[in-house]
Design a protein around this ligand. Structure first.
Ligand code: SAM
Length: 287
């Protein structure tokens, strides 16, 4: 088996099929076997698992997934890559299926139902960086049966996903990730592990989904609207952020009173609040 983690083999395939990297699809192919081993280990994949891979490219990570998982379903937007995967780089594997689609448009609940009887799956990907957040938020918000999501993302994004209150990276993405999952950065990956090299550093992050959210909140949508409002205007106080938000309609008095009940000063900024505090604030404003 010729593994694409070996740069020579990747170059061979690129030349054989005259592949031109599609920047608009965020194509940076992995060419480092150590990184591939780390992703497989972090994802804790076994032969009992069905894995959904987003963006297989020419099949570099897919080869590893096919060898370690029971079944692999890969979703690739670039249709020119489909015959290369099916007839060449993955032709040896019979536990693999490719779907030529935009993952953001796919009904994943239905797919997991059809392909895995609705049982929890694992997700693994070297994500296209131009749509990292929409993909991760789709996987989290749709409440899909997923055990864990192990993905390569831009290093800064991994840091934002894992950040806590008070840190400069803390924001709406950190709180959303915390609400749905436990985040763990498994590896930092330099640009020279990819072809072509991206201009940014990368990291592998694993999100292990909670069976229940760590906080109880009466109106999840309201809590996330409050979180968005408070981080939209970082330099402003939480009070002003909420009052200026087009999504929300609370009087200054009701926000002040809620902050008082939580023993928070009127000048507090959103970045100081924990997820529990946002949940409490949301419940107070709701009542
Ligand atoms: N997995 C390969 C690897 O590690 O070498 C390729 C990773 S590359 C960073 C991202 C892949 O996602 C590309 O193959 C790209 O065509 C694909 N892609 C981009 N946007 C997509 C979308 N909306 N839905 C599905 N795949 C997409």
């Amino acid at each position: 088996m010729a593994y694409l983690g070996d740069p020579k083999r990747t170059i061979e395939i690129l030349n054989k099929y005259h592949i031109v990297f599609q920047k608009k699809f965020g194509q940076n192919f992995l060419i480092d076997t150590h990184v591939l081993d780390k992703i497989i280990a972090a994802a804790q994949i076994t032969k009992d698992d069905m894995v959904l891979e987003i963006g297989p490219g020419i099949g570099t990570m897919t080869q590893y997934l096919c060898e370690n998982a029971g079944k692999v379903i890969a979703v690739e937007i670039d249709r020119t890559l489909v015959p290369i995967l099916e007839n060449d780089t993955l032709s040896e594997y019979d536990n693999f299926r490719i779907i030529n689609e935009d993952v953001l448009k796919l009904d994943l609940k239905k797919l997991i139902e059809e392909e895995n009887g609705g049982r929890p799956i694992k997700v693994a990907a070297n994500l296209p960086y131009y749509i990292t957040t929409p993909i991760v938020m789709k996987l989290l918000e749709e409440r899909l049966p997923i055990d864990n999501i192990t993905v390569m993302v831009q290093k800064e994004v991994a840091e934002r996903m894992q950040a806590g209150p008070g840190s400069k990276d803390y924001g709406a993405l950190s709180l959303a990730v915390q609400y749905y999952a436990d985040a763990y950065i498994a590896a930092n990956v330099p640009p020279n592990c990819f072809m072509p090299r991206p201009n940014v550093g990368s990291a592998v992050i694993r999100l292990t989904l909670h069976s229940e959210p760590p906080v109880k909140v009466r109106d999840e949508k309201l809590m996330f609207a409050l979180i968005r409002a408070s981080f939209n205007q970082r330099r402003k106080t939480l009070q002003n952020g909420i009052n200026n938000s087009p999504e929300l309609n609370f009087s200054k008095e009701s926000v002040s009173s809620a902050l008082q009940q939580m023993d928070l000063p009127e000048t507090v900024r959103g970045e100081a609040l924990t997820l529990e505090q946002f949940a409490k604030l949301s419940d107070l404003l709701k009542s």
